[in-house]
Design a protein around this ligand. Sequence first.
Ligand SMILES: [Cu+2]
Length: 391
Amino acid sequence: MTNKRGVQIAVRGAAVLGALALSGTALAACGSNDKSGGDSTATGNTQVLNITLSNKGCAPPKSEIPAGPTKFQIKNSGGTKVTEVELMQGGRILAEKENLADSFSGSFTLNLKPGDYELYCPGAETERSPLKVTGEAASSSGSEAEQAALTKAISDYRAYVQDEVNQLVTNTTALQAAIDDGDVARAKKLYEPARLNYERIEPVAESFGDLDPRIDGRAEDFDSPEDFQGFHRIEMALWQDNTTDGMSPIAAKLVADTESLKKLVATLDIDAAQIANGATELMNEVANSKVSGEEERYSHLDILDMAGNIQGSEKAFTLLQPALEMTNKALATTVAQRFAEMNAAMEPYKAGDSYVLYNTLTADQVRELSRAVGALAEPLSEVAGAIVGKA
Ligand SMILES: [Cu+2]
């Protein structure tokens, strides 16, 4: 993500916290994330790296650490201009913690291999701090059965992402054809399946730097209006202006960007803990941009996007579940139950093959959804720590 977008996200994050404050339970659930229990699921060989996020930056306490399972424990201490920390390597985001407003804490856990990394906190005085990881890659600490289960989870998840991105290209191409034909009604209908494909795998797309802002950015993410493109520019034309005028080049570019994503996904290198982190990021997406009605502000298709995020998150969890049952059965049971509750909470909003519009929900209904999201996100955030280093 670009610096600019990072700052914009910070602004949006503050607004969102305001919105979530209305639903106190969700806020409490987010705020208490990782304060309870994050460490209890770590397996003893996980090192903890405490990062303080402030307006100055997000430098690690040591610029050199040994390879192996690592929990990045992040606290925003007085950082009013910064809300996120990304662990980057060679232009790719390996893990991130977003929407950490001042005084909030959060974490991510992954198995660090030797190499040069960067901690990136957009909007800070020093945005990038180096982190060198030394020594040998940690050998797997999992049993044979755990290793086999995680290896399968990784290859199945890659296949899932590839399948979704293939459908994304197909569905976006169909959307483009409707736009080229000037058919507003058809374009509106075809916008939906493409959004679902994208929202299911959004953390993977986000990991490839500026592709996500290009495909999924919002008007306020860009200084000049011409830079605002992608899905939400098309959404604005179709729903706010009720036209496809001027959208052909935007649709062509969107198709090209989804094709770039497809090429990058073919090279995707992902481990089990990153899949778990992605599942958590998807639920954080729901809490921060869907439950607030921010993302699909013209079409009000936020509940549909939310379903996409939940489906992508549940897919990742389901694939990790056999291994998690071996490493932490209680956690596997809790998360599975919370997904069931989340799906039950979404059930009333299904409408045919789609979902009702966000602006038809009452404040109480939104609050109930955000409660279910918080209840799921909290135990889900512990999954990475329970499987890291096992494969
Ligand atoms: Cu999105």
